[in-house]
Design a protein around this ligand. Structure first.
Ligand SMILES: C[S@@+](CC[C@H](N)C(=O)[O-])C[C@H]1O[C@@H](n2cnc3c(N)ncnc32)[C@H](O)[C@@H]1O
Length: 218
């Protein structure tokens, strides 16, 4: 197991592992390993776009202090659980609009002190802004129309100046004939027009065939 530049994140061959904040428990059936008195959880890049992103680039934590994170589209908490492992001292606000997946997310958050779930629509940040305050990092994976607009709205509402974010942008879909390049270009120009800087674009294939990751700075 090799250490990476991100404390609590390890690499073993082509696999990533996070040091568990909740030893003995699995969130989504992931492999657990004990090593050097720690429990490590395998982070599946086919289940989590953030793991896929980290495997396609040099593994580095986002720059600057990471005291607070706003995560839009938490679903059952697969990726959120690994972020929770990686940022033990941060507050990670996880917004999810589906009551069906909110129940398991809430159960996960009861076991992890740094996860703060919010049942809300990410298109209406004014509903949760007072609880969240200003954040250092904005992560979005909501797979719905106007993904760039939702990101920009939340960045304006909550991302500190100089803060960074990742938008997992759905660019391909079996029901949509628009070319992926055009979807990404439109999203980039919308983000730029709202005063955000798009620092990189990463194709997530083979881990996700439908998404690119846009790294953004406010
Ligand atoms: C692809 S899943 C997220 C997977 C998750 N990020 C992970 O990696 O573990 C997308 C989630 O976004 C949620 N979602 C879609 N539109 C939303 C919105 N407007 N506000 C909040 N959540 C939304 C869906 O209910 C769904 O759970």
């Amino acid at each position: 197991m090799d250490a990476t530049d991100w404390p609590r994140l390890y690499r073993h061959g082509r696999d990533l592992f996070t040091e568990s904040l909740d030893p003995g428990h699995r969130t989504y059936g992931e492999d657990l390993r004990s090593e050097g008195g720690r429990e490590l959880r395998r982070w599946d890049p086919f289940r989590s776009k953030l793991a896929g992103y980290l495997l396609k680039r040099p593994v580095r934590p986002p720059p600057g202090p990471l005291r607070s994170v706003l995560y839009l589209g938490g679903a059952h908490g697969t990726t959120a659980s690994h972020l929770s492992d990686l940022l033990p001292d941060a507050e990670i606000f996880v917004v999810e609009k589906s009551p069906i997946v909110f129940a398991p997310l809430l159960a996960l958050a009861r076991r992890r002190r740094n996860l703060l779930p919010i049942l809300a629509d990410a298109q209406l940040p004014e509903r949760y802004l007072a609880d969240v305050g200003e954040v250092d990092f904005l992560y979005q994976d909501v797979a719905q129309r106007d993904q760039a607009g939702i990101f920009a709205e939340n960045a304006e509402a909550a991302l500190r100046t100089g803060g960074t974010g990742l938008l997992m942008l759905k660019v391909r879909s079996v029901t949509q004939a628009r070319p992926a390049g055009r979807v990404a270009a439109e999203a980039r120009s919308k983000l730029t027009a709202r005063g955000l800087t798009v620092e990189s674009e990463t194709d997530l294939r083979p881990f996700s065939r439908e998404h690119v990751a846009l790294a953004i700075r406010n």
